[in-house]
Design a protein around this ligand. Structure first.
Ligand code: UDP
Length: 246
């Protein structure tokens, strides 16, 4: 059983509230509280809804995966899980950039390049998107990143190398529990010492997970496409990660 601590004892000012998470200050300026919410959006916020207990599932799933990455030498923002819906995370300056990693064609890549969903990509593909809701998070390349000063070329190179390392670690680990990691979104930032770290979340909101045997979707596509069984899918991902069984 996880030790439950009352977030209210530490929770200060709300620093940010997004679609699925909120960030709060704590008495220690180097540490923030990250709350995982049940709200869900898709198609740039045009579809809104609630996934019952999503905050619970995602907080646990992201904690397990961040812990796994830390144990394998990846620096993340994750410091610990405080309670069912709250993480303690490092204060970081985020780059305002989304790094999408793809192993199998799906979603916007399948549409853009006219590929059938499910086509295996011979090598992982990295893509960058500008975090800008009002513009629908446009696809950008390394030249845009540099010209817009989102980060330095060195920081971009570190992010890309971390993304590929994270991809190997997650792909192998998830395959052992019967989950195929199709694609996902990562966000990075710098800590006060200038180190590039992984931030944000790793959950069925931000990853496409397919059952390795049946191909069933176990992620937010069930919400996006009104497939039903959304909560069961999130619960199933958590069950597999917790038990280590497919
Ligand atoms: N993704 C995300 N947040 C975004 C956009 C994408 O977490 O704002 C994730 C999405 O869940 C998927 C991957 O990034 O696992 C690739 O998404 P894609 O570009 O295919 O976008 P989609 O067409 O699915 O919105």
């Amino acid at each position: 059983m996880m030790l439950q601590k009352d977030p209210a004892a530490l929770r200060g000012e709300k620093l940010y509230e997004g679609k699925a998470k909120a960030l709060f200050s704590t008495p220690d300026p180097s540490i923030m509280l990250m709350e995982f919410k049940d709200d869900a959006t898709a198609f740039d916020g045009k579809k809104k809804g609630t996934i019952v207990e999503k905050g619970y599932f995602n907080a646990h799933i992201s904690a397990i995966l961040n812990r796994y990455l830390e144990q394998n030498g990846i620096h993340t923002h994750f410091l610990g899980q405080l309670s069912d819906r709250y993480h303690l995370v490092r204060h970081m300056d985020m780059f305002g950039l989304e790094v999408v990693v793809r192993n199998i064609a799906a979603g916007s890549l399948a549409r853009r390049l006219g590929m059938d969903e499910g086509t295996l990509l011979e090598k992982p593909v990295l893509e960058h998107f500008l975090k800008a809701d009002e513009l629908g998070d446009p696809w950008i390349n390394a030249y845009h990143v540099d010209a817009m000063g989102l980060c330095t070329p060195d920081q971009l190179a570190i992010m890309e190398s971390l993304a590929l390392k994270i991809n190997r670690l997650l792909t192998d680990h998830l395959e052992t529990i019967g989950l195929t990691l199709v694609d996902y979104k990562l966000e990075f930032g710098v800590d006060p010492d200038g180190n590039v770290r992984l931030g944000d979340e790793i959950t069925p909101d931000t990853c496409r997970f397919w059952d390795s045997t049946s191909g069933d979707k176990l992620d937010k596509d069930r919400f996006r496409q009104d497939m039903g069984g959304v909560e069961d899918a999130y619960a199933e991902v958590l069950r597999r990660l917790t038990t280590g069984q497919s």
